[in-house]
Write a protein that binds this ligand. Structure first.
Ligand code: GAL
Length: 654
């Protein structure tokens, strides 16, 4: 459980560096990330390197006893590079190019840009790769941020052709698989295929999907080139990338596996994220100063899986930020709470963005641990408290890594892409559906691992699949051999990998373990809400509902008011034939958890718990004070059972 900070020496006079380093250490910070946007200072002109300032910055921080995370500067190509090669600017879907003047203005498919990145990363890694204080390297910064992937450039098109050729071999095979006979979309050669933008109406969904798969591979391929350089020159450091919350543009499982990163790091801005995602207005209002209680936890659990157990928070919100629609000051205690929350979910490091608020340029309205005048900010004071609490507690300073949870929740990037391509109803969003299930699991006190559909499920007691567009035989094999309880949501098995409806109707291959067929589906405008009752809880379908036929021995457990089945089951598999109102999802999961022999408890509003290394952490995000559900004889390692808003406690069972 260590604390870090993001620092930009190039933005401050040198005379401040030593004092900054000293104050970081004094605050309890052990790690500092630097340099990820400093290309124009590392190489002011093409081929002319200026390392002296960075040597001094690194030495100053290292001499103060700090460990460093060095960023590659490829998220901000300098002006001379863009002037020399204007084609590195990415092309938007509307056919216009992004301009220079902010950041992330590059096309991942540009071979020129890739060459330039390998060049600067090689220069940086050759110089600092074996520096004993540089314990980790961060590649680029938030790949895909600001909607800079995909690019619709000529470079992307040429590489897309090659990629399609590798997937399909012949153009006839592609035409057949894509169903291009429809609307005379047949191609005579791979080179005749365009990118799926600027079409008068919908492009073929498989064309869109293949472009998304391709772009996802492009991001991973771009990144892998940096990893190869860093592995060679920095063999002893951890390599990581800082991913984003609720971000799905590329497949993070494949990305992590392909490039073999050592740690999945991510950037956690709970209040801004709560404001930016598709949540009901009532929840945004309720959690405007705390962040939604599951919004960061969701990504902690997701990135722990992506990092195969190892994850860091590379940037943690420490006060008001600048980029959401509204940017309130966090409620008192929240900066401290978020740190413990990340640690409870298994973070090895929580690193704050940023050391000091910068009084100029784009992020001048973004707080840091210090105000622009160098006074510790309210967030900085909370971080100091966390550092002291951890240092003074043996239980906290020696906490073990988290064990695997008993509940798995499947999140699938391709499903997100497929249902974005074919929402069918304007408010159907797969990630929001997964989040709704996640929230329900945590409200009943369960710890959750978020995993890919290709995970090994043998250790789990409950597996929740809110939806999974393509169900393959390997997964069905696992279900057939499994003792776990499985819950599948709507649209599961609704497509083939070629984006078509399965021959034997949805849910496709799942029928082997649960014989049902989805005959028709409907999306629901807000005025259409078929009602139902599950185990005494009343609610309705929202957004999406299916007309399902139960075959064989499948049992119908609940029906909608018009008699269509709502919940169907056979053995250890359940199917939910719609997007149900939240309390119904919770009820379905509670029942499945009971059948899985998992103990559940409905937590007080705004309260969440998480277990790690024999300790239970409790967090109060709600407006009212609550009692933590600790046993009478619990031994408190931090705080006590009464939790005011923004408060945390930690106990071990006696
Ligand atoms: C992140 C980014 C940082 C900074 C921060 C502000 O997305 O990685 O460089 O811009 O947001 O919240």
């Amino acid at each position: 459980m260590q604390l870090g900070v993001c620092y930009y020496p190039e933005q401050w006079p040198r005379a401040m560096w030593a004092d900054d380093a000293r104050r970081m250490v004094e605050l309890g910070i052990t790690h500092v990330r630097i340099a990820e946007f400093a290309w124009s200072r590392m190489e002011p002109r093409a081929g002319e390197f200026a390392w002296e300032w960075l040597d001094e910055a690194i030495d100053t921080l290292a001499n103060a006893g700090l460990k460093l995370v060095l960023g590659t500067p490829t998220a901000s190509p300098p002006k001379w590079l863009v002037d020399a090669y204007p084609e590195v600017l990415p092309m938007r879907a509307d056919g216009t190019r992004w301009n220079f003047g902010s950041r992330r203005h590059y096309d991942v498919s540009s071979e020129i840009y890739r060459r330039e990145c390998v060049r600067i990363v090689t220069a940086l890694a050759t110089r600092y790769g074996r520096h004993p204080s540089i314990v980790a390297w961060q590649t680029d910064n938030e790949l895909g941020c600001h909607d800079t992937v995909p690019s619709y450039s000529d470079a992307a098109l040429a590489r897309f052709h090659a990629w399609l050729r590798r997937q399909y071999g012949t153009i006839d095979a592609l035409n057949e698989a894509w169903g291009n006979v429809f609307w005379s979309m047949e191609y005579l050669s791979f080179d005749a295929i365009g990118l799926p933008n600027l079409t008068p109406t919908d492009a073929n969904p498989i064309h869109l999907l293949e472009f998304r798969r391709f772009m996802s591979d492009e991001v991973a391929g771009f990144h892998r080139e940096q990893i190869a350089v860093l592995r060679e020159h920095a063999p002893n450091a951890d390599l990581l990338h800082n991913f984003m919350g609720f971000f799905t543009t590329f497949d993070h499982y494949r990305f992590a596996a392909d490039s073999a990163i050592d740690v999945a790091a991510w950037d956690s801005y709970p209040i801004a994220r709560t404001e930016s995602i598709a949540l009901p207005e009532e929840q945004k209002a309720r959690f405007a100063r705390t962040g939604h209680p599951d919004v960061s936890a969701f990504d902690h659990d997701r990135y722990r899986g992506i990092g195969a157990g190892r994850f860091w928070v590379m940037e943690q919100q420490a006060g008001p930020v600048n980029w959401a629609s509204w940017n309130p000051v966090p409620a008192s205690g929240m900066v401290r709470l978020w740190a413990y929350e990340a640690f409870a979910h298994g973070a090895e490091l929580v690193s704050y963005f940023r050391w000091r608020q910068c009084p100029y340029a784009q992020e001048q309205m973004h707080s840091g641990l210090n105000l622009p005048n160098n006074e510790l900010s309210p967030g900085g004071i909370e971080v100091q408290r966390v550092a002291r609490e951890i240092a003074s507690s043996i239980a906290l300073s020696t906490l073990a890594a988290p064990e695997g949870a008993a509940t798995a929740l499947v999140f699938d990037y391709e499903t997100q892409w497929m249902f974005e391509i074919q929402r069918h109803g304007k408010d159907f969003d797969y990630q929001s559906l997964v989040f709704d299930y996640y929230e329900a699991l945590r409200e009943i006190g369960l710890d959750v691992d978020i995993v890919s559909s290709r995970a090994d499920f043998s250790g789990y007691k409950l597996v929740v699949v809110p939806s999974l567009a393509v169900i393959d035989h390997a997964l069905v094999e696992q279900i057939a051999r499994s003792d776990a309880q499985w819950v599948f949501g709507p649209r599961s098995g609704s497509k083939t990998g070629a984006f078509a409806i399965p021959d034997d109707l949805p849910p496709g291959a799942l029928q082997r373990v649960l014989p049902i067929q989805v005959l028709e589906v409907e999306t629901l405008r807000p005025t259409l809400a078929p009602t139902l009752t599950v185990a005494g809880v009343q609610g309705s379908a929202l957004h999406w509902r299916e007309h399902v036929r139960a075959n064989g021995k499948t049992r119908v457990v609940a029906r909608f008011d018009d008699a269509w089945p709502a919940l169907l089951t056979l053995g250890n598999v359940r199917y939910v034939a719609g997007w149900l109102s939240h309390e119904l999802h919770r009820k379905v999961l509670q029942t499945a958890a009971r059948d899985a022999d998992l103990e559940t408890q409905l937590l007080a509003d705004g309260l969440r718990i998480r277990r790690r290394g024999g300790l239970t952490f409790a967090f109060n995000f709600g407006a009212q004070a609550v009692e933590a559900p600790a046993p009478r004889d619990a031994v408190f390692v931090l705080g006590g059972p009464s939790l005011a808003r923004g408060d945390v406690c930690i106990w071990k069972e006696a």
